[in-house]
Design a protein around this ligand. Structure first.
Ligand SMILES: Nc1ncnc2c1ncn2[C@@H]1O[C@H](COP(=O)(O)OP(=O)(O)O)[C@@H](O)[C@H]1O
Ligand SMILES: [Mg+2]
Length: 628
């Protein structure tokens, strides 16, 4: 057996670097976080070759003093923590003192930095963990760090790098998150000599969302802003129309830190349940600010994970706030006849050369913004303008984004009260106040859709989806008011559930009874259903009931099982809905509309499909070329 010996510092650093520096994107993330912690107001990031050969980050922050500089590159050297107790209330993004030493261990690094109070700055070079030089130089306030040839001395790691294009995409992803999470800081991101985006640093989150995600999403946002249980929750969430097939658009930040967290993900997705179809995920850009003592960020060296001391409370609060916001928002999707010529993601067109330092950035930016809007006014062209910053400005002035109106739910609130609270403070929902004179039912189309004229909009309602929604909500409401009546079935329905399903049935037998299902043991592991809710008479067959059981036992978690079972039972009620391809009379439709409009969320059927869509007169006129 070989001799045991403590590894030398270089090897220790290289091994440890593996945890912090996985790829160029982690270098960018760590260095930008350092710039943010240094109180910078402007940060420029330049990347070439996917960051493998060149990363340069320039900030206008506090800088590092000459005597401190080599210290900063030592492992576990940090100015952000003094003692162990500080770990329990971390206010900065960094705190482990690992980034600079890890990066320097696996790349060639040069740093130029100057503190405001010093006359001169310092240039410090370190390659593969070995100090090369440390000289006094003239420099502006702030820090520039240049990282070249990542993993040049660890070929094994270099092999795991993907193509420069892919690595570049990872960096772009992080840059977007860093810009979104800090609207007060002006970020400039240049990839392979091209300006990818630049934010104003004026604190306007919506402008950043516009730059990164484009107009389609920005036009369909609901603003969130409230305090709950000692926690501040704010930001924007997307209306269901801008959902996606994966979770990439679920952004959330805890105390300014972009994280991935199961609890928050679940709270977000739960609040959209019923608003989105299965396997669709929302857009969110949500900020949670809470006491640093209530969240542990020291979970993993990448600092992307957090642990909350009171998970349940966080889960419930976030879910409640988002659900209220969605219920309070108007969610009718707009039909677009023609896709306008616009890119999904707006990219500033002109490529700008990197500027060496950042002092004047904000003034320049504002100046340019002003100039652009002047030009815009001068040319004053009709029709579509390119999504420049000034165009966005004009757009935003016309937004009437509604603050969420929390719905007050009490068990005896009549439908009317809810309807008023839904439409009152709202960006003008046309069927407001249930005033039938305000809209005109034109008729039924393809025996399935109803056309309704209201003001300058044509609304199209899917009768099946609408009816499903009404039946579903009626069932939930009747349960709340204890108004579900059961009806005997004869002969009783006999079912043979699995062991897990039997357990579920036993645990919740009372709950099933509340919903009108009288279930009894029938010997030999069988059960019989003696009565069913009156509105499900003839619908609730043995097959359907078994489906319900297996669905429930598949997706139950103890916290919300009551609610979930209720929802599943109510979904059964949808089976009674009038189908498409069915004649309905105008009075029948009128009743359905009236019912629909009393609901908190009339816009989606219980399975998340839209019930109403709309098309504006202008869009029709455009289609007929009456206007251009
Ligand atoms: N851009 C910067 N501006 C000012 N100080 C910096 C900058 N980058 C790093 N530092 C200093 O170097 C120290 C070490 O940085 P780092 O290794 O990333 O550890 P951490 O951020 O966890 O403290 C920081 O605590 C900070 O004092
Ligand atoms: Mg750091």
């Amino acid at each position: 057996m070989a001799q045991i010996a403590v590894l030398d510092q270089e090897t220790i650093d290289q091994i440890a670097a593996g945890e912090v520096v996985e790829r160029p994107a982690s270098v960018v993330k760590e260095l930008v976080e350092n710039a943010i912690d240094a109180d910078s107001t402007a940060v420029t990031v330049e990347v070439k070759q996917g960051g493998i050969t060149f990363i340069r980050i320039t900030d206008n922050g506090c800088g590092i003093g000459k005597e401190q500089l080599s210290l900063a590159f030592l492992r576990h050297a940090t100015s952000k923590l003094k003692k162990m107790q500080d770990l329990w209330a971390i206010g900065s993004l960094g705190f482990r003192g690992e980034a600079l030493s890890s990066i320097a261990a696996v790349a060639q690094v040069e740093m130029i930095t100057k503190q405001r109070e010093d006359l001169t700055g310092v240039r410090y070079c370190i390659d593969g963990g070995r100090e090369q030089s440390c000289d006094e130089v003239g420099a502006p306030d702030g820090t520039t760090i240049l990282v070249r040839n990542l993993f040049y001395n660890t070929p094994a790691r270099a092999k795991f790098l993907k193509t420069p294009a892919t690595e570049g995409n990872y960096i772009t992803g992080y840059m977007e998150q860093l810009a979104l999470s800090h609207p007060q800081i002006s970020f400039k991101y240049i990839l392979n000599g091209q300006l990818r985006f630049q934010t104003a640093g004026n604190g306007k989150l919506k402008e950043i969302i516009y730059q990164i995600y484009g107009r389609d999403i920005t036009e369909e946002l609901v603003e969130i802003g409230c305090r709950k249980e000692g926690m501040d929750i704010h930001g924007y969430i997307g209306k269901p129309v801008v959902s996606r097939g994966n979770r990439n658009f679920e952004n959330y930040y805890v105390n300014g830190r972009y994280v991935k967290d199961r609890i928050l993900m679940k709270a977000i997705e739960e609040s959209y349940r019923g608003f989105l179809m299965q396997h669709q995920y929302p857009f969110t850009c949500l900020f949670l600010e809470l006491d640093g003592g209530k969240v542990d960020v020291n979970v993993h060296p990448s600092k992307m994970e957090v642990r909350f001391s009171d998970q349940e409370n966080i889960y419930q609060s976030v879910k409640q706030v988002l659900t209220d916001a969605l219920r309070g928002a108007v969610l009718v999707p707009k039909v677009q006849l023609e896709k306008e010529s616009k890119s999904a993601r707006s990219k500033p067109s002109e490529a700008q050369m990197p500027e060496p330092f950042e002092e004047k950035r904000r003034e320049e930016y504002l100046h340019r913004l002003e100039n652009e809007s002047k030009k815009q006014e001068a040319s004053n062209t009709a029709g579509e303008t390119k999504p420049t910053f000034s165009a966005f400005r004009e757009n935003t002035e016309n937004y009437h984004i509604k603050k969420p109106v929390p719905q007050q739910q009490s068990s005896n609130d009549g439908g009317k009260v809810q309807q008023i609270s839904l439409f009152d403070a709202d960006e003008h929902f046309p069927f407001a106040g249930k005033d039938r004179a305000a809209y005109r039912i034109i008729g039924q189309l393809f025996d399935t859709y109803w056309l309704i004229e209201c003001g300058d909009e044509l609304y199209i309602i899917d009768q099946h989806a609408a009816h499903e929604k009404v039946l579903y909500e009626q069932m939930i409401k009747s349960h709340k008011r204890r108004e579900i009546f059961s009806q005997m079935v004869s002969p009783p329905i006999v079912i043979q559930p699995s062991m897990q399903e039997r357990q579920l049935l036993e645990t919740h037998i009372e709950l099933f009874a509340e919903y009108g299902f009288e279930v009894e043991e029938f010997g030999l592991d069988a059960y019989c259903i003696r009565s069913v809710p009156h509105n499900l008479y003839g619908i609730a067959t043995d097959r359907l009931f078994m489906e319900l059981l297996s669905e429930c036992s598949g997706s139950l978690e103890k916290n919300d099982s009551r609610e979930l079972i209720g929802e599943k039972i109510a979904t059964m009620a949808c089976k009674a809905a009038v189908k498409g391809n069915n004649r309905m009379s105008v009075p029948e439709m009128q009743r359905l509309i009236d019912e629909l409009l009393t609901l908190d969320n009339p816009y989606q059927c219980p399975h998340g499909r839209p019930t109403i869509i709309k098309m504006s007169k202008t869009e029709l006129e455009k289609k007929f070329r009456r206007i251009v």
